[in-house]
Write a new protein. Structure first.
Length: 124
């Protein structure tokens, strides 16, 4: 595993931990968890595509986040049962909210801009 993948993996697991903690601490707004979910997706994609351009990672992250959110409108019994599991609740969510779309957009944009800034400074 190359150095970039290791770094992205560490960030990925750290964001998961922060996301779980954000749901357990009552004074943290719920949208922070969705924001962190988008950041986590971004770094998950980065693990698999460490050399891809940030624009590609940004767009793919948004596509995945939006797809998962819109999938919550699908209400077949098998997916409802899956959403009742811990995995289903964390990965698929419970119900569609436009505010989640906004939080995903902000999360992906934040990490995209942060990474662009870091990469720009590394080239100097």
């Amino acid at each position: 595993m190359n150095k970039l993948k290791i770094q992205y993996s560490i960030i990925f697991f750290s964001v998961i931990l922060l996301g779980i903690l954000s749901r357990k601490i009552s004074f943290i707004p719920l949208w922070i968890g969705d924001f962190l979910y988008a950041v986590m997706i971004y770094f998950l994609i980065r693990i698999f595509f460490p050399e891809k351009k940030t624009h590609f990672i940004f767009l793919l992250s948004l596509l995945i986040c939006y797809s998962i959110e819109f999938l919550q409108l699908y209400q077949a019994q098998w997916i409802i049962d899956l959403r009742k599991t811990l995995f289903g609740r964390y990965v698929l969510g419970q119900g569609f909210l436009w505010s989640d779309i906004l939080a995903y957009t902000l999360g992906c944009t934040f990490v995209f801009l942060t990474e662009k800034l870091i990469l720009k400074n590394k080239k100097i």
